[in-house]
Design a binder for this molecule. Structure first.
Ligand SMILES: Nc1ncnc2c1ncn2[C@@H]1O[C@H](COP(=O)(O)OP(=O)(O)OP(=O)(O)O)[C@@H](O)[C@H]1O
Ligand SMILES: [Mg+2]
Length: 232
């Protein structure tokens, strides 16, 4: 569904991604793992069109998307949840969701009620202003708002970061539901254990390169590999 080849990305003179290559299959959850500064967020931003690659290609559902504007990429069906939560503090939960609304895709459009089944907390605070929500609730609202755009692929940048264990569990459950609904998920994470039961496959980045890729099960069985590339 998503194919990235020989991707090179720089911030000014500094080359950050040095030939990143991996694929995400339709319907899977792929974990993009790596320590601080490995290049995970840079990869997601480039897929979303927020950074222009120096060279390399990105194709989504058979169409070349590198160098295309972010809003066009969103319209093609890619949803992006950045590391920093971006909700509107002055707007209510319902109003924040409304802002994310886009046309249906493949005959389905997420309704607020369906989203509240996935994120029950949000359903209990429909009229609450974004600014009066906890970090975890804001994180869930950001994901729910992204789903209002009816994406077929969702890029999640460290959704478990800074959340309490209980909220992390709810987040994991929400991602499971997305997967069951047929949504493809690219999950950038430092937290290997968060991805353990969610991801089918994993790729590991270090210093802007993919250093390992394979089944999540193989990674979980390999303590040496984990110790070498991940903060565990
Ligand atoms: N706007 C920027 N200008 C210059 N360098 C940047 C910029 N953003 C990130 N970098 C550098 O690019 C490298 C990759 O950063 P990136 O944010 O992609 O890492 P990451 O894997 O997402 O890390 P983390 O797990 O800490 O979020 C780092 O060395 C970082 O310092
Ligand atoms: Mg990051």
């Amino acid at each position: 569904m998503l194919e990235i080849s020989k991707l090179v990305v720089a911030y000014g003179q500094a080359t950050i991604l040095q030939g990143v290559e991996f694929q995400v299959r339709q319907g899977e959850v792929l974990a993009l793992l790596g320590r601080n500064g490995a290049g995970k967020s840079t990869t997601l931003k480039t897929i979303m069109g927020l950074l222009r690659p120096v060279s390399g290609h990105i194709s989504f559902a058979g169409q070349n998307i590198d160098g295309i504007d972010p809003f066009r990429i969103a319209r093609l069906g890619i949803g992006y949840v950045p590391e920093e939560r971006r909700i509107f503090n002055e707007l209510t939960v319902m109003e924040n969701l409304e802002i994310g609304r886009q046309q249906a895709r493949n005959g389905h459009a997420w309704s607020e009620e369906e989203l509240f089944e996935i994120f029950p907390n949000l359903g209990g605070m429909r009229a609450r202003r974004g600014g009066a929500m906890s970090g975890g609730e804001q994180q869930m609202l950001t994901i729910a708002r992204t789903l209002m755009g009816n994406p077929s692929l969702v890029l999640l940048d460290e959704p478990s970061e800074g959340l309490s264990p209980l909220i992390v569990e709810q987040m994991a459950e929400a991602i499971q539901i997305l997967k069951r609904r047929g949504i493809t998920v690219l999950l950038a994470e430092q937290n290997l254990h968060f991805t353990e039961y969610l991801a089918d496959d994993a790729v590991i980045m270090e210093k802007g390169r993919i250093v390992w890729s394979g089944a999540m099960k193989s990674l979980m069985a390999d303590a040496t590999l984990q110790a070498r590339y991940l903060a565990v």
